[in-house]
Design a protein around this ligand. Sequence first.
Ligand code: CA
Length: 222
Amino acid sequence: MRVLVVEDEKRLAAGLKKGLEAEGFATDVALDGTDGLWMAREHPYDALVLDIMLPGVNGFKICATLRDEGVWTPILMLTAKEGELDEAEALDTGADDYLTKPFSYIVLVARLRALMRRGSSERPTVLEAGDLRLDPGARRVFRGDAEIDLTAREMALLDFLLRNKGEVVSKRDILDHVWDYDFDGDANIVEVYIRRLRNKLDRPFERDTIETLRGAGYRLAP
Ligand code: CA
């Protein structure tokens, strides 16, 4: 398993390399975004660990560029502390997961292994359910021909529901994927956002695509 770490904090980068190699990952390090993007394009990595604030090209841009070019290597993005918007943007630009700094090394390794197990199966550029469409690259959502304006968080939630369409997702699943894993606020935030999505995606079009399954979670009708 070969991992590329793109991180400009030298000490953190060196620590990650040492730690990941001890876990059996062949690990390369790029200390700026320009080198990172080049290396990610040139070598078939099994996963990327990508910092956001980088000299040269930032992590969001690297992620979006690779996805635009059809590179689907799993990407774990490192976000700054309390960077809620960063997390939503990380997912919007095509990252598979994110971890908030400072992070536990054990958690990082576990997440990387999970991402690698999932692999780099190519994802559709446009996510669809009936006449509902989300284009993650362009960050645009349509119901039929009507474009719907969503915030970054609403978009991240819809993205998650669409990727799991037809399946029941619990509030916890949603919190873990759309909010930070360490989010310890009120889980009712999920209900608030589901309601917002319904008000934008369903109600004006007289649809009912987001089902509530009492006690279990939500399901987006395929
Ligand atoms: Ca940095």
